[in-house]
Design a protein around this ligand. Structure first.
Ligand code: GLN
Length: 478
């Protein structure tokens, strides 16, 4: 059942929130042993919250737009009373005393938090292999990764363990796993959704957004999440249009930009074929395809991996063995304690990024790397400004390949970084972007279409995604 089906049936009294929650918990119990999407299942809390929603309905109180909808939360997002680890040993056992604003808004809309999902440690990665707590498997082929970093949230939805989930996207961490698991995944405009309570990775890029089993579900969850939050100074005070209504809207006459640079070397032929078929389907529905140029695209990976690591090195300085989680040998002197804690608590990829980020910020190198990358970021944004004078959305592949095998890219960080090539530019430009399933490969692996829109034009983006969804209804992997 999709998000709107559950919520609307609960609101009408045809389904109890408790039954919807029990169904989700049963699916988790049956499937998650093999898939490992969850790091923590909040069974008792979820059932109690669901019963409270049912009681309110029986008393005739109005229910929220996500009444009784089970939702899985990426474990980088704080949940009051539930462990939140960012899949790092350094936060093992950390239980936040507060909810992230995104989680508080879901609860206020009567959604039911069923558990916390696996990710690459501190959201650094594209395969969920960098989790300190084991990998998550792709339900379409368990020998393959679900992508990352929000792999657990993607799999929770793909395998029918919850109709929706929250992820976070810094450079593609919602869109790429959505593409690789055949789910809908949406990164809002930078500032659309509060990051208060999101464990920070790269603050100029991080956004929280939804995964859902259909486009309308993603729209409904986003309309609950969106809006100004005084606790996040970067959140925007912008009106939120009716995003769900946008999902059925006519797309005739919309201009779809197709960037040459995204169909070049490195794109797996079968992904290219699916995406081109999706573009033809949009054309049949009256969209006008236009070739466009985004000339600075080839600099996006380098730019992102300078800026994101710089910000990460500073954000992760707070894990010092004093204030949160792990502390190694408190009998050492302070400096040695901090070093030993960070050495034991962080995994290899996190250390690599802290080192790289500290280097690009160090005096003597700052101008050559960090400052330069900021300037190139501006050029990448201007590429989009120019293109959006001519077209309404930009469509491309999300990921150059379908789901890859475990270990395939783990030994080669550059190969892993290159898998973000199509998602990073929209992140650096702060634009809304999403993945919607199109035709699977011949081997039956999911492929996502990437739809990018102007700032705050999530509605236009959703209308195009819904048109694609109508042409390629997605099967369930299980
Ligand atoms: N794969 C990218 C990285 O490793 C993006 C991660 C993300 O969006 N959190 O940084």
């Amino acid at each position: 059942m999709h998000v709107a089906d559950v919520a609307d049936r609960v609101a009408r009294g045809e389904l109890t929130a408790e039954a919807a929650c029990a169904r989700s918990l049963e699916a988790i119990a049956a499937k998650d042993g093999a898939l490992h999407a969850f790091l923590h299942v909040a069974r008792d809390e979820a059932l109690a919250a669901a019963r409270a929603v049912d009681d309110r309905r029986r008393r005739g109180e109005p229910l929220g737009p996500l009444a009784g909808v089970p939702v899985a939360i990426k474990d980088a997002i704080c949940t009051e009373g539930l462990p939140t680890t960012a899949a790092s040993k350094i936060l093992r056992g950390y239980v936040p005393p507060y909810d992230a604003t995104a989680v508080a808004r879901l609860r206020a809309a009567d959604a039911i938090v069923v558990g916390k999902t696996n990710l690459d440690e501190f959201a650094m990665g594209s395969s969920t292999e960098n989790s300190a707590y084991g990998v998550t498997r792709n339900p379409w082929d368990p020998s393959r990764t679900p992508g990352g970093s929000s792999g657990g949230s993607a799999v929770a939805v793909a395998a029918g363990m919850a109709p929706c989930a929250l992820g976070s996207d810094t450079g593609g961490s919602i869109r790429q796993p959505a593409s690789l698991t055949g789910t809908v995944g949406l990164k809002p405009t930078y500032g659309r959704v509060s990051r208060y309570g999101l464990i920070a990775f790269a603050s100029s890029l991080d956004q929280i957004g939804p995964f859902a089993s259909d486009v309308r579900g993603a729209a409904r969850v986003l309309s609950v999440l969106a809006g100004r939050d005084p606790r996040d100074a970067t959140s925007l005070d912008a009106a939120v249009p009716d995003l769900e209504a946008a999902c059925g809207r006519e797309v005739r006459g919309l201009r779809v930009g197709v960037p040459d640079e995204y169909f070049a070397e490195g794109l797996a032929p079968e992904v290219g074929e699916s995406v081109r078929a999706a573009l033809r389907a949009l054309e049949e529905r009256g969209c006008v395809l236009r070739p466009v140029r985004l000339p600075h695209t080839s600099y996006a990976v380098a730019t992102y991996y300078v800026l994101a690591t710089a910000e990460a090195s500073s954000n992760l300085a707070r894990y010092d063995g004093v204030r949160y989680g792990l502390r190694v040998d408190p009998r050492l002197d302070l400096r040695a304690m901090i070093g030993a804690t960070r050495d034991a608590g962080f995994g290899a990829e996190v250390k690599r990024r802290i080192l790289l980020g500290t280097f690009v910020l160090s005096s003597g190198y700052y101008d050559a790397y960090y400052l330069k990358a900021q300037k190139v970021r501006t050029l990448l944004r201007r590429d989009f400004d120019d293109v959006f004078r001519e077209v309404d959305v930009v469509c491309s592949p999300v990921s150059p390949t379908p789901a890859f095998k475990f270990g395939e890219k783990l030994a080669d960080p550059i190969a892993m970084y290159l898998s973000d090539v199509y998602t990073l530019p929209a992140s650096l430009a702060g634009l809304p972007a999403m993945s919607v399933p199109c035709a699977p490969t011949r081997a039956g692996l999911p492929v996502g279409l990437h739809v990018v829109a102007r700032p705050l034009e999530e509605a236009t983006m959703l209308s195009v995604a819904a048109a694609c969804e109508a042409a390629f209804p997605c099967a369930s992997p299980l």
